[in-house]
Design a protein around this ligand. Structure first.
Ligand SMILES: [Zn+2]
Ligand SMILES: [Zn+2]
Length: 278
């Protein structure tokens, strides 16, 4: 499997990193995990036709994980997508329906040009209420666990042909559920939002920082989870602007001895093929 880091940023505006979005490739099968603003263009830049994506998973419905969904919905359909399944926490159906309503005139116009209704009017939305196996029409095993954030948030684990990749979504510690979900996985992609911003000019920066600690992890906390879960590769993401990659790496490496990756947007990561001792 392979992962394309479409967006490695946070809600804070950053000219180098868009907000959260990832593409998992199981062979040629593309699966989108989160869909921040700019995601569709990041797919185009990665030579992944958005219309080829038939499965989208939302970890949660914060703006920095879903604002690109409207564009993805329309552009993918216009380019030829004819089926789509969307998975996410409770609220995903309402979000989807509201966007379709907002785009109604645009959809009607494009239908009048002869486009079929399939791929836009018949999108299947699966809402998750609890942890467990996700029943979705895919040749992968998909499991989820609920994370600690300020809205319902799920981490996802995808297993395919002996390899496994876990996406944490946004989470604060304690991350016991994530350690369970990621047990012996090859790759863990982990929220690492809590890197100090130098000279933060945001109003109420210290108050925001204090609150973030209830909702996100530091590189060291991500590394703790990677260590407990015995994963092969730890990928840190959800970075604030002015984050220092060397410091983040160093902080994680003091805790976790496996491979640590600090990606940039559009980086393509090969999932390791660790053989797990039985
Ligand atoms: Zn969030
Ligand atoms: Zn976020």
């Amino acid at each position: 499997m392979k992962v394309i880091m479409l967006g490695t940023g946070s809600p804070r505006l950053n000219k180098e990193r868009i907000s959260s979005a990832h593409l998992l490739l199981a062979g040629d099968l593309p699966i989108l995990v989160d869909c921040a603003e700019g995601t569709t263009m990041q797919l185009v830049k990665s030579d992944i036709p958005p219309q080829d994506i038939k499965h989208v998973f939302f970890t949660h419905l914060h703006a920095d994980h879903m604002l690109g969904y409207a564009n993805f919905l329309i552009s993918g359909w216009v380019e030829g997508r004819r089926e789509l399944t969307v998975v996410g926490p409770v609220g995903t159906k309402k979000m989807h329906d509201l966007l379709i309503e907002m785009l109604e005139k645009d959809i009607e116009y494009r239908l009048s040009l002869g486009r079929p209704e399939t791929g836009i009017r018949d999108v299947k939305v699966i809402e998750l209420a609890e942890a467990g196996q996700v029943n979705v029409d895919l040749p992968l095993l998909v499991q989820c666990e609920e994370m600690i954030h300020n809205v319902p948030t799920f981490a996802y684990r995808f297993d395919w042909e002996g390899q496994s990749v876990v996406f944490s979504g946004d989470t604060a510690p304690p991350t016991d559920a994530l350690s369970r979900l990621a047990k012996d996985a090859n790759m863990l992609i982990h929220d690492s939002c809590l890197t100090l911003i130098q000279d933060d000019k945001a109003p109420n920066a210290s108050g925001i920082w204090k609150n973030l600690q209830k909702e996100h992890c530091t590189p060291a906390q991500a590394a703790e989870t990677a260590k407990w879960a015995n994963v092969d590769q730890l990928v840190l993401t959800h970075f604030l602007p002015k984050m220092n990659p060397d410091l983040a790496y160093k902080e994680a490496a003091e805790v976790f001895s496996g491979e640590i990756i600090i990606p940039n947007d559009l980086d393509q990561l090969q999932v390791s093929s660790k053989v797990i001792a039985k």
